[in-house]
Write a protein that binds this ligand. Structure first.
Ligand code: 5GP
Length: 197
């Protein structure tokens, strides 16, 4: 815990939160491609890998029991039970790993986690909420992605609606992803301004 507090003095973090289907991964991947000094924080999760996901690439995958033990050992900067029975969290070791390289961390994290991280990192953090134009568009995007069951999609849509309500006013910036190219250009600009600060 001490190590993180010391390194916090010299490092920046960018926090992206959004309901799933709002286009967060697309925006994050676009920025990662533009700025070599940005590095994605790989979260730990107790959910099962989807599709081609691999341990140590998209997530560090653990069983629920392993995840609970790591909580008890205070290994997380923050964690949330994002969906019933599915834990997600940011490992202290991950933050240390990225900062040790002098990189700026990009977090892709749920709304509650984003608010928590902003509180922890304060002025060193730039927090961005990505909003999809409507709940209906969000549902269509999740169906189009084809990676979730209809039941899982309804769970995500219900969560998205409450997240949009909760997020209002709690982030440094709200990026509306109506037209993707416009949203990407806007993301580039606001991140440039933050990195040059
Ligand atoms: P997915 O299962 O679609 O990959 O992610 C579900 C949700 O968990 C997304 O909103 C994602 O941003 C969030 N998430 C991913 N990593 C973390 C984390 O480390 N902490 C928290 N609180 N949420 C996370």
């Amino acid at each position: 815990m001490c190590n993180i507090e010391i390194v916090i003095m010299n490092n920046k973090v960018i926090i992206f939160s959004a309901p799933s289907g709002a286009g967060k991964s697309t925006v994050v991947n676009h920025l990662l491609g533009l700025h070599p000094e940005l590095e994605f924080s790989i979260s730990a999760t107790s959910r099962a890998p989807r599709g081609q996901e691999k341990h140590g690439v998209e997530y560090y995958f653990f069983t629920s029991d392993e995840f609970r033990s790591m909580i008890a050992e205070d290994k997380f900067v923050e964690y949330e039970e994002v969906y019933a029975g599915s834990f997600y969290g940011t490992l202290r070791s991950e933050v240390e790993r990225i900062w040790a390289k002098g990189h700026v961390i990009i977090f892709d994290i749920d709304v509650q986690g984003g608010v928590n991280l902003k509180r922890i990192f304060g002025e060193q953090a730039f927090s961005i909420f990505i909003q999809a134009p409507s709940v209906e568009v969000l549902r269509e995007r999740l169906i189009g992605r084809g990676t979730d069951t209809p039941e899982a999609i309804e769970k995500r849509v219900a969560k998205a609606a409450s997240e949009m309500e909760f997020a209002a006013g709690k982030f440094d910036y709200t990026l509306i992803n109506d037209d993707l190219q416009t949203a990407l250009a806007e993301a580039e600009h606001i991140v440039d301004v933050f990195l040059k600060k």
